[in-house]
Write a protein that binds this ligand. Structure first.
Ligand code: URP
Ligand code: ZN
Ligand code: ZN
Length: 553
């Protein structure tokens, strides 16, 4: 077993502490001095520096430092369909057996989980790690974001990949390279920003050769990523033909641009102008439009970051009519309201800038209720984190504040506290909305999202009697700000096991850089079941073309 010791570099210069092999420590310190000189010549970009900020510690180990055989004893094993008191035996990253009283030899590491819940690791369906945003880049890269995720009980995430230089393939290659530092499993969604034959061809390649089964279309961000209805329709049709899921960011981008100008004309330049310029009605309108276009094409639709009653009511209506629409609220939408964006302190207010915006109190409760009743199906985060320096790019104009907030580390705790501790849902429902449903929608169940023999050993142990508190001072991701600052609650994830390795335990994080795997997601999830029959029934119901006799001349 090789254990690497870690040494802190001065955090006033770097926000990430890197571990060092003890035998290389001296050389690395020398290298560090050289680096300091280079930094004086080539300063770090905005996304790389956080003056005076130092995220919580982690330790980097090598893969063989972990026991390959584990027995989790006596916990309440929770799946989306069932919970029972049982043991879970893990070998080489796979769950081998789930039943009471498993007997093992001395070579097996035993973890006592009595009185605690043993559940599948969280899967975050919506992240933006290491992604460009206007003039800056998200503060968390694949490694730092995942370090936080593991400390918060999430063991897989699906990251959005934009086209680069107009090419989906280049986007895929660049993000695959960035993700090589991963310490947990991940998948990709792709973003479509325009339409031509090359895009169509590349979508096919992504699905058939690269393990992508979902494509996101932005109905907002005019002039940057927004697509019009023609592109959206063509994209939906292509998705359907490939068995891929169409995803939408539902906001009316033209109207948002008008709203922004209106705020500026009124002299409202602070963060509150962001929320005021894109009210719920614009989210409701775009969500309704996307739903109707998906109905026209008869293809499943996934609405990302549902933030308002207006949008959720459109989803509820469509589902009630039998349409295959999935709605994803995010942790911030469930746990916060818009009061923070009106804070007189710019840095505090700017933390809340995300699109669609966090809504007035009442929307949060409605989103929780919709989630508890199955109107909305799973919880994401939209983790797209920036530090206070980056947020300050918009100090004079809210339109320049980078859009996005944190959540990858906080989601599992916040959802437990908001939904289970409050009595809205049961532990099996918690597993469903934080893990299983995501695995089913993106077609990787039961490899992921379950504690079953044969599933990947991505497991958390949650103590319902312990509590958590969120703060930028103690979180593991990189930003010096946390939108959930000061939030406390019941239910603490005490152990995270990713790929069969105990990476989070006793408040300590031990990760292996490069151990995360790219999880290919095959097309034709359950959402496509029977769609061909519905199409056939539609065609035969048309009563057309009508056979007509030509009149004799
Ligand atoms: O404000 C947000 N949501 N930023 C990330 C990009 C997106 O729209 O998902
Ligand atoms: Zn979006
Ligand atoms: Zn997003």
């Amino acid at each position: 077993m090789t254990k690497l010791h870690f040494t802190l570099l001065p955090c006033s210069i770097f926000e990430e502490r890197r571990s060092m092999s003890s035998r290389y420590t001296v050389q690395l310190i020398n290298l560090f001095s050289v680096l300091l000189c280079l930094l004086a010549i080539f300063p770090l970009s905005e996304s790389e520096k956080v003056a005076g900020f130092c995220p919580a510690a982690y330790e980097e180990l090598e893969s063989d430092s972990f026991s390959s055989k584990l027995l989790i004893k006596g916990g309440t094993v929770v799946n989306a369909h069932h919970q029972e008191i049982a043991d879970v035996y893990v070998e080489d990253g796979i769950i081998v057996s789930v039943k009471p009283n498993i007997k093992v030899g001395d070579d097996v590491r035993v973890i006592d989980a009595s009185g605690k819940y043993v559940m599948p690791g969280g899967i975050d369906p919506h992240t933006h790690l290491e992604s460009e945003s206007g003039v800056t880049k998200t503060i968390d890269d694949f490694f730092s974001g995942q370090v936080g995720a593991l400390a918060g009980g999430t063991t897989m995430h699906i990251n959005f990949v934009p086209p680069i230089n107009g090419s989906l393939s280049t986007g895929f290659e660049v993000f695959s390279e960035r993700a090589k530092k991963s310490c947990m499993d991940y998948g990709f969604h792709m973003v479509i920003v325009n339409w031509d034959e090359a895009v169509e061809k590349e979508m096919e390649i992504m699905v058939k050769e690269k393990g992508i089964n979902s494509f996101k279309f932005f109905m907002a961000y005019k002039g940057i990523a927004m697509v019009n209805d023609e592109v959206l329709l063509k994209g939906m049709k292509k998705c359907k033909s490939l068995g891929a899921l169409a995803m939408v960011h539902g906001e009316n981008g033209d109207a948002v641009a008008e709203g922004q100008q209106m705020m500026i004309d009124l002299g409202i330049t602070g963060p509150e102008g962001h929320a005021l310029s894109r009210p719920p009605v614009l989210e409701g309108e775009a969500t309704a439009r996307a739903i109707r276009l998906a109905a026209f094409v008869n293809t499943p639709l996934y609405v990302v970051h549902v933030m308002s009653i207006d949008a959720l009511e459109e989803i509820a209506k469509a589902r009630q009519a039998g349409q295959r629409v999935i709605g994803e609220p995010i942790a911030a939408g469930l746990a916060l309201d818009d009061s923070g964006i009106f804070d007189p302190d710019f840095t505090t207010a700017a933390k809340y800038v995300i699109s669609p915006p966090i809504r007035k109190a009442g929307h949060d409760k409605a989103l929780q209720a919709a989630l508890s009743m199955g109107v909305l199906q799973l919880v994401g985060t939209d983790h797209c984190s920036f530090n206070s320096t980056q947020k300050a790019l918009g100090i004079d104009d809210f339109r320049k504040i980078p859009n996005g907030l944190n959540g990858i580390e906080e989601r599992m705790h916040l959802v437990w506290d908001t939904m289970v501790e409050s009595g809205l849902i049961s532990p099996p429902d918690y597993v469903r909305i934080t893990s299983t449903e995501c695995a089913r929608i993106f077609n990787i169940y039961p490899r992921k999202g379950a504690i079953l023999a044969g599933s990947d050993a991505d497991i958390i142990i949650l103590n319902p009697n312990a509590s958590f508190e969120i703060s930028a001072a103690t979180h593991h991701t990189r930003s010096d700000i946390n939108v959930f600052e000061g939030k406390r609650g019941k239910g603490k994830i005490e152990v995270t096991i990713a790929g069969g390795k105990v990476v989070w335990e006793d408040g300590e994080l031990k990760v292996v850089r490069g151990s995360g795997r790219y999880i290919e997601m095959p097309p034709y999830s359950y959402l496509f079941n029977g769609l061909d029959k519905v199409d056939a029934a539609y065609l035969s119901s048309l009563g057309a073309p009508v056979q007509r006799f030509k009149a004799a001349t």
